[in-house]
Design a protein around this ligand. Structure first.
Ligand code: CP
Length: 319
């Protein structure tokens, strides 16, 4: 959709992290290896970025992504600036372009952006000087690359071999930047069986070109799967008519103690958050032994540390 070549230096190293599309298996594995090393050893002088400035710029609400990026940057000993958009000059009409150019003038090294417009992170990457890396923390319905990376990292902790897995994504794929990034990541990592389970109205047109199999119901779609990736029903992005089954969503697509039995007994359940309990997931499942939902959040710190560390190091040797 957007040019993913923009996120690399001419020698192939990562300059920005804008999308999972086009990100190589080697790049992903390097991030997972670094995250594992970070989780094991916590502090390493090689990962101290004392003079670097990392700015978070969130035009949409966030609990997990903004906070774990902040913790990640702090653990890397960078200076962290959380620009509060609701109290910033954006409210006086300052444009996104002017805001990021001001962050650049403050000698920021990394800008972490969340925005409601698909393509916003690519736009910002075009506006900033060469000395700045941009990380997409979610843009519209397009991409949420660090969410997909932490999800894949969490799966790899449980199952060593992606080439043996059946993975089902359930829910509102139409509005989901997470699902799009997960599908690209699963495909690149070699998952042979990627399923999407959703009502027709919540399936985007481009899905057929992404190599996934679409299932209309949980009973057939969850049969024998290893990994269940739930999505939030994005009621705030829902145009009228997109959800004709309304309150019946939970009855048809909710993951409950009954419907989880369609999957393998060892299946793991993941959700990027925030969850709608009683809409896409039963509380007993969200809090039960199959769920890795809070492990995902914890893994987000190490994965985001690995990404920030990689981008800052790449800036030093940039061509
Ligand atoms: N998964 C995710 O993006 O959560 P937040 O909106 O809380 O950051």
């Amino acid at each position: 959709m957007f040019k993913h070549k923009r996120q690399y230096y001419s020698d192939g190293r990562l300059k920005h992290l804008l999308t999972i599309e086009g990100l190589s298996k080697a790049h992903m594995q390097a991030i997972f290896d670094s995250a594992k090393n970070i989780s094991t050893h916590q502090f390493s002088p090689e990962r101290a970025h004392l003079n670097s400035v990392v700015a978070t710029l969130f035009y949409e609400p966030s609990t997990r992504t903004r906070t774990t990026f902040e913790i990640a940057a702090q653990k890397l000993q960078a200076h962290v600036v959380n620009l509060s958009v609701p109290t910033s000059s954006a409210l006086k009409g300052e444009t996104l372009r002017d805001t990021v150019q001001n962050l650049a003038a403050m000698q920021t090294n990394v800008i972490i952006l969340r925005h409601s417009s698909s393509g916003a992170a690519h736009f910002v990457a075009e506006q900033v000087p060469n000395s700045i890396s941009v990380i997409n923390a979610g843009d519209g319905c397009h991409a949420h690359p660090t969410q997909a990376l932490l999800d894949m990292y969490t799966i790899q902790q449980k199952f060593k071999d992606f080439s043996q897995l059946s993975v089902a994504i359930i829910g509102d794929v139409y509005h989901s930047r997470v699902a799009r990034s997960q599908i690209h990541a699963l495909t690149t990592l070699g998952v042979p069986d990627i399923r999407v389970i959703a009502p027709k109205t919540l399936l985007p047109a481009e899905l057929s070109s992404l190599g996934v199999t679409i299932y209309p119901d949980l009973q057939t779609g969850l049969n024998n799967v290893d990994v269940i990736l739930l999505l939030r029903l994005q009621q705030e992005r829902m145009q009228s008519g997109k959800l004709p089954i309304g309150d019946n969503y939970y009855r048809h697509y909710g993951l409950t103690e009954k419907t989880l039995r369609y999957a393998k007994p060892t299946a793991i359940v993941m959700h990027p958050g925030p969850m709608n309990r009683g809409v896409e997931i039963q509380s007993e499942i969200a809090d039960g032994p199959s769920a890795l939902i809070l492990e995902q959040v914890t893994n987000g710190i190490a994965v985001r540390m690995a990404v920030i560390d990689m981008l800052i190091k790449n800036q030093r040797g940039s061509p």
